[in-house]
Structures are given as C-alpha cells and as structure tokens.
Design a protein around this ligand. Structure first.
Ligand code: MIC
Ligand code: SF4
Length: 640
C-alpha cells in the first residue's frame, strides 16, 4: 500500500496497535531530549523507574530555559542534571550552549528517526525529516527506559507547497499564514506533512521554523521530506553520514489536503494574545513598537540573524525602541562573529543576550507596561512575556528588524533595504566539544542534589465515585501558561512541586490555590482546547498536588491530556456543550466511576439536581493508569 512519510516512519517503529487514525499506536523511540525546566522532574521520575542506564540510541539533556541563576535554585538544578546525565548515559548540554531544538537540529536529529522531547517544540526536528513529538517529562523518562511511546494514530494533512518565497516574505510568514487559516486547534490529532515542488526551495532551518510553530496549530507534529537540502545541511554540520533520502510514496493517501503558493506569501503578524490572530503587517502600519526581541527556537538560525544584520547595517535603532537578540546556539553566534554580522547589530544599539530561550519564556526582557513588543517567537499568550498587559506581536526576523529601525510597524511596500535569500554559510564551526559526554560506566557517579529538589510524593488511586466542587470555570483555549505560569521566579521552582503549586492559575484567579486547599479536592471546568501550548507536566502535576481529580472540558490539547492521564487526573468531555453555560464555580458534581471503561459515558449529578452526561476517549490502558493514580504507580504495580 502507498504510504505517506508519517505512516512510513510510524510503520518502521510500530511496536503495537492499529495504524488507523483515531486508534492507539505504540512506537519505538530512538532519541529523547529534555530541557532544564521540564528535565529535573523528568529525571526525578527516571530515578523512580530505577534503571542503571538509558536504553535509547541517544538522549540529550539541554539547559536553556532558566539560566539566570538568581540564587541557588537554578545552579543546583543544572548540577543535578549534569550528574544525572553522566550517571545514566545522557549527553549534557551546559547552560548557554544554545536552545535545545536548534542544537538538536544542528547536532543530533536524523531523518527517519523518532524523537520525543519534554518540550512542545520538539517537532522542530521535523525540518530534517525526524518524526519528532513533544511529550510530558514522565513519557520521556519511560522512553529512556525503552518503553514504547503511545499516541493516537494521527490523521495526516498534506500541505502541498508550490512556488517560491519572494520579496520580504519568509518561512515564519508561511506558518503564520497556516495559523491564520487553521487556528490554534486546527491541527489537533493531525500531522502536517509538507510536500510538493516548493519544498526544494526551502533550506532546513527554514523548514524547521515551519515545523517548530506547527506546535501552535495543536498538531501532533509536522514533517518535511529528506532531500538534497537535507543532505547539504547535514554536510555543513559535519554529519553527512546521517543523511538518508525520505519521501512519501507517489499517490500516497492523506486525510486532508491544502495548497500553499509560496510566491503569494506576504509578511504577516500574529496579534495579541494568540498565535492565530494573524493579519498582514501592512495593516499594522504606524503602530509604535517599544521593544523588538529576536531569537527563540523558531527564528534563531544563522540566516534569520543574517537578514537582521543586513537590515540594521548602517542604521540605528529608533530612539523609542529596544532590541534584544538571542542567537539559537553558539554555532550560530560564532558564524555571525566570523562573517562580521555582529557589528551591524551591536552598532545599531542591539543588545546581545545568551544563546537561550530568554524573553520567550519571560526570563527577563519583559516589555514596559502596556508596551508593544514585536517578537520572532512562537507564542504570545497573555502575560507570558512577564508583563501582564504587554502587547506581543509574533513576526519574522525581517519584520522585527524593520520595526527596530523604524520604531513602529510600517508597510512592507515602503521597505527598501535588500536582504539576501536565506542560505547556509560556506562553513560552520562544530561546537560539539562543548557537550559533556557520559562516561562508559556511570555507576560511580554521585547524583548532586540541592534543597530545592524535592522527590515526588506518590498519588492515591481513583476511588469508585467522586464528589467534587468546581474549583474554577475557564473559557476556550486556556494555555498551560494560564494554568502554570512560567517566568524566572516560578520556573525556578520546577523541581519542587509543593512550592510551585502555590502559583497554579495565579494570573487568572488569585484565590484559586486557597480555594483548592480549602476544598481538599475538586475539578476544573474548561472550554475548547483546554491545556494548549507547552508540554510542562507541572500544569497537571501541580493541580493534582492541590487535589484536582477531574478536568471537565469541551475538548483537550494532546500533550496536556496525556499529562493529566500520567498523573491520574481524569479528562472528561461534556457530551452536550450546552451543559457548560449553567455550570458554575462552587457547584458540586457527583460522578459515579464504577462504569469507567472504554467507549462508555459517565453520569454526573449536580448540586442543582440536574444530570450531566460526560464522555471520554480514553483507551483501556489509559483508564488503568488513571485508576492506579498515575503512570508511575501503574508501572511500579506492573513490576511487583
Ligand atoms: C514553552 O515554550 O512554553 C516552553 C517553556 O518551552 C515549554 C516547556 C516548559 O514549560 O518548560 C514547552 O513548550 O513545552
Ligand atoms: Fe524555549 Fe521559547 Fe522555544 Fe519554548 S518556545 S523552547 S521557551 S525558545
């Protein structure tokens, strides 16, 4: 049978299951990655599994999210991660070496391999033809233990590219165009597979921008074929031996088809506060820009920053505008230095930051009160920048650079500075000597901990019935940033669940934690696409710590739903969305769980005496995990 690329890679890694969309498939995972903010918890869980060495072909632990080291917490986390990596056979990337996804693309990602990472932008490696997915830390820990990774077999969307980008349009505008078309939930349950004659016109870093931000569509992942462009990139990275050509069969079947003419793409921007609120940059003409931030795993490649340098050359930042720039990796930074491209940025007044996530996750670089910030990032959720009323616009590096020079958005028709088409540099210096490679035998390595690293306490099993107050009622598209905010102060608590739990929903409702603590247990009522965004399992773990046993919503985002299951929280769907309106905070729902089984619905009685039908799409395995009180209990039970 003819297969698309997604089906080919899944079939080659299939351990169990049925490859019909909607069915469950368990696949072998070749590579894993973690970053520091999710990694400490992932490795605490890895330790609870109790194996002497990882079983994957390659596992890498990156430190890129919180490198501010304000006090002992971050450096203790980094030291813990370094020692864990050495002991268990994991490559360690020290703070400041680069952003996990950029580094993985440059140094480790391989066409046709499977990769899961405890970060939602792991699909960046789809730019090189890996089947790369974001997952919770516990799922990554289990993959390192050699367990297959279970997902719902995705539908596959064919994104047929024709034409060639021209003028000031860039890869970022392609994915913004798609977001405007499909919305932040348009890709849920699907893989975006790019093909067609336009593919050959895009370099690997441009492809990676597109697959990276496929996460904002809610997609399981996004993938490009592996072709001549892939070979060129791997050769430049000194890894030509990792190249294999890969493509869908001709006439392969897809579940949905879309055509994008690259030559019709124009500069676009996502307006506050959602990545799908997309408009042409021309419509923002005249809007004052207080801050420009360039970098993040979406747009921090050499060619991205080269275009910025070309626009800034001989210019000065507008007096009202600040410019922050974080290169994606030390390799990118060294290339900029070698090609003389840092001078124009620094001479224009730009501020060079570390090669980390930086302002993207609110690690400094927040805009002023009510300030407009044009960012080359992938998320503009309210408050994520660290300034609650900051107005964040997501744009390409080219648009960002013009904003920096003009101090405002301007119509691209007025742009004159020439920008060369994205290209790979002639030579790229390897920085692989900066990674710490694990010794062949790690048994003597001592794990170094700090007082902020608190082991997980076990969770109780699911009882036969629950009587739960609605602790909070929220609307559609609630992100994990709403549930468990990031930023320097809170992210420093990622390895301490009791401490981080004090911040659940704090940007939405200051009283949530007190209410939850008083009730002892309860449920969250959500709308559509509940839990979109990050893979941070703290958005499930911390509510669970506060006694949340059930989330009732109209629909769920993929990774968050998996995280809820992993920590024994029952994700239930309102059978009749009209039941959402009358439900209020404080109301008590009595849910009988005796009949919890695949393909059945549950009944709840409200304190008003009304009946609600709640359904779920959980598999037998997922129900068993929830009943056990979470995946760690489940795995430990199995080992007994
Ligand atoms: C994000 O972009 O939201 C993050 C921060 O990278 C998260 C991971 C985290 O919360 O640690 C993600 O994308 O999964
Ligand atoms: Fe880091 Fe931002 Fe990318 Fe998340 S989206 S991995 S915070 S750069």
């Amino acid at each position: 049978m003819k297969q698309n690329l997604t089906q080919k890679i899944i079939a080659a890694h299939l351990v169990d299951g049925n490859m019909t969309p909607g069915g469950e498939v368990a696949i072998k995972i070749d590579q894993t990655l973690t970053q520091d903010a999710t990694g400490t918890m992932a490795y605490l869980q890895w330790e609870a599994i109790g194996l002497p060495r990882v079983k994957t072909e390659l596992s890498v632990s990156y430190v890129d999210h919180n490198t501010l080291q304000m006090g002992f917490r971050n450096p203790d986390d980094h030291r813990f991660l370094r020692s864990i990596a050495a002991k268990y056979g994991i490559i360690f990337s020290p703070p400041g070496t680069g952003i996990c996804h950029q580094l993985h693309l440059e140094n480790f990602a391989v066409p046709g391999k499977t990769l899961i990472g405890s970060d939602s932008h792991t699909p960046t490696a789809g730019g090189i033809g890996s089947l790369a997915m974001g997952a919770g830390g516990l799922s990554v820990a289990l993959a390192m233990a050699g367990e297959p990774y279970s997902i719902t077999m995705p539908k596959v969307f064919k994104i047929w590219l024709i034409g060639k980008l021209s003028g000031y349009a860039s890869a970022k505008d392609v994915i913004l165009h798609l977001l405007g078309l499909l919305s932040v939930k348009g890709g849920v349950g699907a893989v975006m597979e790019y093909c067609g004659p336009g593919v050959a016109t895009l370099s690997v870093p441009e492809r990676a921008t597109i697959t990276n931000m496929g996460a904002e569509l809610g997609a399981t992942t996004s993938i490009f074929p592996s072709d001549g462009q892939t070979r060129d990139f791997l050769k430049l990275m000194g890894r030509e031996q990792d190249f294999t050509p890969l493509a869908a069969d001709e006439d392969a079947r897809y579940d949905h088809e879309l055509i994008i003419d690259l030559s019709s793409i124009i500069p676009l921007a996502a307006q506050p506060h959602m990545p799908d609120r997309v408009v042409p940059v021309a419509e923002l003409d005249g809007l004052t820009v207080d801050q420009v931030a360039i970098g993040s795993c979406t747009n921090s490649s050499f060619s991205d920053l080269q275009s910025v340098a070309q626009i800034l050359k001989g210019e000065h930042l507008a007096p009202n505008t600040d410019l922050l720039l974080s290169p994606g990796s030390k390799q990118v930074l060294k290339m900029l230095m070698r090609e003389g491209l840092l001078d124009p940025i620094l001479d224009a007044g730009g501020r060079l930051m570390e090669c980390t996530c930086g302002p993207c996750i609110g690690m400094g670089g927040s805009p002023n009160s009510g300030g407009v910030s044009a960012r080359t990032f992938n998320r503009n959720f309210e408050g994520r920048s660290g300034t609650q009323d900051g107005q964040i616009y997501l744009v390409s590096p080219i648009t960002a650079a013009f904003c920096a020079v003009n101090g405002k958005f301007t119509n691209p028709d007025s742009w004159t500075k020439s920008v060369s088409a994205p290209s790979l540099p002639q030579k790229a210096p390897s920085i692989r000597n900066l990674f710490a490679y694990p010794p062949a035998d790690g048994s003597q390595v001592k794990i170094l901990r700090g007082p902020n690293i608190v082991a997980l306490s076990p969770f109780s099993r699911l009882p036969k019935s629950l009587e739960l107050p609605v602790l909070i009622k929220v609307g559609d598209n609630i992100t994990t940033d709403h549930i468990m905010p990031a930023g320097a102060a809170i992210t420093a608590l990622r390895s301490n669940i009791p401490a981080i739990s004090k911040h659940v929903f704090e940007r939405v409702d200051q009283d949530f934690v007190a209410r939850a603590e008083q009730a002892g247990q309860g449920l969250i009522l959500g709308g559509e696409n509940y839990g979109q965004g990050s893979s941070r399992e703290h958005a499930a773990l911390a509510p669970r710590h506060l006694g949340v046993r059930v989330v009732v919503a109209k629909s769920f985002a993929r990774i968050h739903k998996a995280n809820l299951i992993n920590f024994g929280i029952l994700p239930l769907i309102l059978d009749n969305p009209a039941d959402y309106e009358p439900l209020a905070e404080g109301e008590i729902l009595k849910i009988d769980l005796m009949d919890l089984a695949p393909d059945t619905s549950l009944e709840a009685t409200t304190s008003r005496g009304t009946k609600l039908k709640l359904f779920h799409d959980l598999t037998g395995g997922e129900i068993a995990i929830i009943k056990a009180g979470g995946l760690l209990n489940y795995v430990n039970d199995r080992q007994k």
